[in-house]
Design a protein around this ligand. Structure first.
Ligand SMILES: CC(C)(COP(=O)(O)OP(=O)(O)OC[C@H]1O[C@@H](n2cnc3c(N)ncnc32)[C@H](O)[C@@H]1OP(=O)(O)O)[C@@H](O)C(=O)NCCC(=O)NCCSC(=O)c1cc(O)c2ccccc2c1O
Length: 277
């Protein structure tokens, strides 16, 4: 699937469960547990959070790809082999976590486009992961679905609500209540993915989409993403949007006047700043 694309490992980032690479201004984060169809355990999620944090703050990264190793799966959700009975998935110390919920919100708050590149299964918590990404590029062999009610789990947060906003309420309830699997074409037809390509074109196509976004204004993309997410994320979404407004305002002469007046111990003079319609 990699073809001739030469990704470079990000220096200083060595993980056991994921790979973190880059090419030009694009980061690629790969869940690398193919023996369990790229299911995530708490450590996997911790590493994903760390890599996403790095990509968020790297000024030379403009788009991020999330994918799974191999052709068989993007991600099969929480690793059922470490699922405990004390509220989550067990880490190496036996402490139980649902830390993928933190990752979901991190992806939504990250002010750069995140693209899910899906080959094979995106099911359970793995399906929610592609859902929270901004765009999804699917290979023809991709299979989508929720499994929660079959394995005694559910994600009634973004997993349900964001799905309903994406494919409509009736379809979202069908996906969760019946636990069926859907082909890439069916996912495209219901607006769950952005495009479907042959497996051997998946990475090149995903890179094309990322490169196209890299040519566009980063601030426009950033504000659009915050705007798209604001209502679903409630006050936290408005906070994200408002934080962007504050950052832009800090770049203005009007904001600088307030700061400078304080530092110079004089009253601020805002009279030269227009009250625009
Ligand atoms: C993904 C499959 C459809 C693939 O089927 P296939 O026939 O191709 O392969 P196998 O079934 O033979 O699997 C190969 C190999 O991988 C192991 N494996 C696959 N998935 C998992 C998994 N999720 N956890 C652990 N191991 C897995 C499988 O056992 C085989 O290994 P062997 O050694 O046994 O040979 C199919 O595998 C499948 O349906 N997988 C399960 C999908 C699933 O139900 N996922 C969990 C849903 S619940 C969830 O993800 C979840 C996580 C959270 O953290 C939440 C947090 C908060 C709220 C909700 C959460 C939540 O719902």
């Amino acid at each position: 699937m990699n073809g001739k694309i030469n990704w470079t490992p990000v220096a200083g980032k060595n993980y056991s469960d994921i790979r973190y690479e880059r090419l030009d201004g694009i980061a690629k984060i790969t869940i690398a547990r193919p023996e369990v169809r790229n299911a995530f355990r708490p450590r996997t999620v911790e590493e994903l959070i760390d890599a996403f944090h790095h990509a968020h703050h790297a000024p030379d990264i403009g788009a991020i790809i999330l994918t799974g190793e191999g052709e068989l799966a993007f991600c099969s959700g929480g690793d059922q082999k470490v699922r405990g009975t004390d509220g989550g998935y067990k880490d190496e110390e036996g402490v139980q976590h649902l830390n993928v919920l933190d990752l979901q919100m991190q992806i939504r708050r990250l002010p750069k486009p995140v693209v899910a590149m899906v080959a094979g299964y995106a099911v359970g918590g793995g399906h929610v992961l592609h859902l929270v990404c901004d765009l999804t590029i699917a290979a023809e062999n991709a299979r989508f679905g929720q499994t929660g009610p079959r394995v005694g789990s559910f994600d009634a947060g973004l997993g349900a609500g964001l799905l309903a906003r994406t494919v409509g309420l009736k379809k979202a309830k069908e996906i969760w209540f019946l636990c069926r699997q859907y082909t890439a074409q069916e996912a495209l037809d219901m607006g769950l993915v952005n495009t479907v390509v042959p497996l051997d074109r998946l990475e090149a196509e995903t890179l094309d989409w990322c490169r196209q976004m890299l040519r566009h204004s980063p601030s426009s993309l950033r504000l659009l993403k915050a705007g798209f997410n604001a209502d679903t994320d409630g006050l936290a979404g408005i906070q994200e949007l408002a934080g962007n407004a504050t950052a832009l305002f800090y770049m203005s002469g009007e904001a600088r006047e307030g700061r400078d007046a304080f530092l110079e111990k004089r009253p601020p003079d805002f009279t030269r700043f227009p009250r625009r319609p």
